[in-house]
Design a protein around this ligand. Structure first.
Ligand code: NAP
Length: 294
């Protein structure tokens, strides 16, 4: 058996195109241009790459991008004051504070200060609570992307057995909530879980979000299962060159799974596409317009 490769790059490009069309329609019909403020504190190299990619895609979609670069030594009060100004700015519909933040800043305090209506990362406790309650709200982008990708090969997740490996607030937990909402039967595993390979082998859907390079082997996977690999791990190969791998041993998994996302080119591109979708939704809600049907 050779698994269907779920092409996250193409699926994300399609989603961005639909967001772009909707942005053009909103601009023409309502003079509404969605805007997102991205706040980066310090010089974390990975964050800078990510923020640049976000800004480029925001502009390509026809939205406004407001970039705020603050020095590493920025104090918590200064950052909270900026969040306050962005909360009050009607041109800003989404606020994203790039994590991690320097040690002197309490990230939970900062996330909690963002207006939940502009919380396009979906990390505010109010949005997390809404998701847990099954109420509408802004949903974290990576889990949202995972579910969209899974549904490209399994349009209905009803009754399927799903395993989410990882219980972080930004991936594992919200992903489990989304899968429960889609009526899958969900197990959440973490570093203390016993017999993970045995547990994994019975699941129709496997979501790997551990940050452990290629830990999941082919014989952990139920034949025909759908595997969504969230992991992004930099490893150095035998040739001394560094490359990015996921949490799943891809070649082995391909021989067993029914469908699988590659790394890179799977979940990664969906995260920014879902951020654009969330910003569009936030802008519509701010104007009292119905949520876009995309
Ligand atoms: P995290 O906060 O470090 O959480 C990792 C989770 O995996 C924890 O719940 C941990 O368990 C669990 N875990 C670690 N080792 C394990 C093991 N051997 N067996 C079972 N569970 C294990 O990481 P995260 O922020 O959720 O990110 C997870 C991965 O996704 C990382 O590689 C990250 O780079 C990637 N990521 C990708 C995207 C994207 O856009 N594609 C976005 C976000 C994150 P405990 O809770 O017990 O410690």
């Amino acid at each position: 058996m050779s698994a269907t490769i779920i092409d996250g790059k193409a699926i994300a490009a399609d989603l961005r195109a639909r967001v772009k069309a909707e942005v053009a329609r909103l601009s023409a019909a309502h003079a509404l241009i969605p805007g997102i403020a991205v706040v980066l504190v310090g010089n974390d190299a990975a964050s800078e790459v990510y923020v640049r990619a976000k800004a480029r895609q925001v502009v390509e979609t026809g939205m406004r991008s407001f970039d705020h670069r603050l020095p590493e030594a920025t104090g918590e009060d200064e950052l909270l004051a900026l969040i306050g100004r962005l909360n009050a700015d009607p041109a800003v519909h989404g606020i994203l504070v790039q994590l991690p933040l320097p040690a002197q800043i309490d990230a939970q305090k900062v996330i909690g200060a963002i207006d939940p209506a502009k919380d396009v990362d979906g990390f505010h406790p109010l949005n997390a609570g809404r998701l847990a309650r099954g109420l509408p709200g802004l949903v974290p982008c990576t889990p949202l992307g995972c579910v969209i990708l899974a549904k490209t090969v399994r349009p209905s997740l009803v009754g399927l057995d799903a395993l989410v490996i990882g219980r972080s607030n930004i991936v594992g937990k919200p992903l489990a909530q989304l899968l429960i909402a889609a009526s899958a039967t969900v197990t959440v595993a973490h570093s203390k879980t016993r017999d993970l390979p045995v547990l994994a082998r019975s699941k129709d859907l496997l979501f790997a979000a551990m940050g452990r390079p290629e830990l999941i082997k082919g014989d952990w996977i139920k034949p025909g299962a759908t595997v969504i690999d969230v992991g992004i791990n930099r490893v150095v190969g035998d040739d001394g060159k560094s490359r990015i791998v996921g949490d799943v041993a891809f070649a082995e998994a391909c021989a067993v799974a029914g469908a699988i996302t590659p790394v890179p080119g799977g979940v990664g591109p969906m995260t920014i596409a879902c951020l654009l979708m969330n910003t569009l939704r936030a802008a519509c809600a701010a104007r009292g317009l119905p949520a876009p049907a995309i």
